[in-house]
Design a protein around this ligand. Sequence first.
Ligand code: ATP
Ligand code: MG
Length: 410
Amino acid sequence: MKKINSIRGMHDVFGKEYQKREYVKKVFIKLLELNSYIPISTPVLEYSDVFVRSLGTGSDVVMKEMYTFEDKSNELLTLRPEGTASIARAIISNGLTQKLPLKLYYIGPMFRYERPQKGRYREFNQIGIEFFGNGRFYEDWEVVNLAFKFLKNLKIHNGLSLRINTLGTSDERYNYIDAIKKYFTSNYTILSSDSKKRLERNPLRILDSKNEQDIQLINQAPVIYEFLKKEDLDAFEKLKDMLTKFNIPFYQDPFLVRGLDYYNGTTFEFTQKDNKNFTVLAGGRYDNLVKELGGHKVPGVGWAAGIERLVSLSEIVLEDDKIITIAPLKNEFLEICLKISNLLIAAEVKLELLYMFDLKKCLSYSNKVNASHIIIVGETEAKNSKPSIKNLISGKQESIDIDKLSSYFK
Ligand code: ATP
Ligand code: MG
């Protein structure tokens, strides 16, 4: 029969890769719990509107990357491409917008119909945080600082650079978009075809283009700061001051707009130092998102990072758990070995019971899995209820009463 493969860009995860991902999550959870953020989990499927209304029809994600389909009741549903819009929807649905400040973290799979390549998958996993509060610069500072600490805890901060920018409020951005539109219209013929589309739908998105020719044009484009109000620029200055004071290196990039419509004010990205297009962690402020999804005006700021990209950059050294093996040398000694196994598991000793009934095979397997000890039960051991324990590192062997085993391994 023809074999069935997994879907392109979606992967089975096991072994070391699985463990490394778990390690990244552990480091993330530890930091966020210490900082009193609380976990939230939302459904993987949402009404498409959640994303269309928030990310914007001109965003790459909505234009071409969403997994959208009709279910059996003709509801238009989308597999979530990112976390923030769902969480904004969730805090409205659950009346949490009354309980500010609200500091949340999440972990979960996201889905985007992109061209699969290294570091870019159709199902990938994100960790992220959202801080719903009062919209002040110290909240921006807090989330950027947490991002930096997290990357530092993973020991990958040195290979990354932080780029920051501010987009102002939507009114000011309007005038800027006008200027951008004029500029790119006058260069229309040399724009990439994607950017030609963006020019109609949302010209700001052109600044996010990864096309080489576009990038050349972008470098000469009008800069946003001339259009911003003093208070926005002041808040940005304060954020920069804090970063400097706390020794977080950054670059100011006036063309960092981020790919989604809901952003305003501060935006930031941690990208690989030698490859600006490899973004590891990205985020920004979104003061109108909750309102646009039908809630009150609740300002928020947050970030998300791709677990796969984090794993690919960090040199995670996995520590092998200490493990012991139990070797019944014949079928008839299985029962006593099961008793031993129950006792040790109750004492939280990690073990593996071997069904090989052959000392040589058991020893070679135990060495393969790096077991520290092997518990051997043969004729004499069974008769005396005294299993032999061989220390596989020193080679020393001794006999111990069954009821003393737990304390022996503690
Ligand atoms: P890119 O510019 O690389 O397409 P993005 O701006 O679309 O990234 P975000 O929407 O900000 O990315 O998502 C945050 C993070 O999620 C990214 O920095 C990256 O680490 C990860 N990410 C995004 N898309 C993918 C993907 N298709 N596969 C793996 N990781 C991804
Ligand atoms: Mg993308």
